[in-house]
Ligand binder design. Structure first.
Ligand code: FES
Length: 159
C-alpha cells in the first residue's frame, strides 16, 4: 500500500514528475532528471516524487539504493564508467584504465571511497574511443590527463 503525503516540498522535482506524466514506470528517468537538476537526491525531492507518482517512499528508497548511480549526498562518490569493448580497447582503453587505477588508487569495479571505476561495454561512442561516462555525460577520445580534468570538473559541479 502506497504511503501518501499531501505536500510538495520540491517544486523542481514536482515539475520533472509532471513532465513524465506522473507515471511510476518512469521513476528511473525521473530520478535521473532530479539528480541532474540538484546534483543529488534530497529527502524532500524523494518525498515529492513519492507523492507525485503515488508510490511509497520505501519503494523509491529501494530503487535508489539498488542503483549506485544515484547519489543521496552532495559530493558523494563519483562513478566513472570506462568502456572496454573492442573499439575502445583498440585505441587505448586498457592503458586508460591502468592509468586511472593508479591515479585514483583503486581497481576497476572495486568499491572505493571517492571514485569508483566501472567497466562498461560500449557506450555507443565507438568512433571516438576511448569513451567514458560520468553523471550521464559522455566523453570521447579520453586520455588520462583528460580523464583527471573531467573528473575534477564534475566533482566541482556536484559540490
Ligand atoms: S566500443 Fe567503446 S563506445 Fe563502443
Amino acid at each position: 500500500m502506497a504511503t501518501l503525503l499531501n505536500t510538495i516540498e520540491d517544486a523542481q522535482a514536482r515539475e520533472i514528475c509532471r513532465d513524465h506524466g506522473d507515471r511510476p514506470q518512469e521513476l528511473l528517468e525521473i530520478l535521473h532528471g532530479v539528480q541532474a537538476a540538484h546534483g543529488h537526491l534530497t529527502d524532500a525531492a524523494l518525498r515529492t516524487i513519492a507523492y507525485s507518482l503515488n508510490i511509497s517512499r520505501a519503494e523509491i528508497h529501494g530503487v535508489v539504493s539498488f542503483y549506485h548511480d544515484y547519489k543521496r549526498e552532495k559530493g558523494a562518490m563519483q562513478t566513472i564508467k570506462i568502456c572496454r569493448a573492442e573499439a575502445c580497447q583498440a585505441v587505448g582503453a586498457n592503458d586508460l584504465i591502468a592509468g586511472a587505477e593508479r591515479h585514483f588508487k583503486t581497481k576497476l569495479d572495486e568499491k572505493s571511497v571517492a571514485v569508483k571505476l566501472e567497466a562498461t561495454y560500449c557506450l555507443g561512442n565507438c568512433a571516438l574511443g576511448p569513451a567514458i561516462m560520468i553523471d550521464e555525460d559522455l566523453y570521447g577520445r579520453v586520455d588520462l590527463d583528460r580523464l583527471k580534468a573531467i573528473s575534477a570538473a564534475h566533482k566541482e559541479q556536484s559540490s
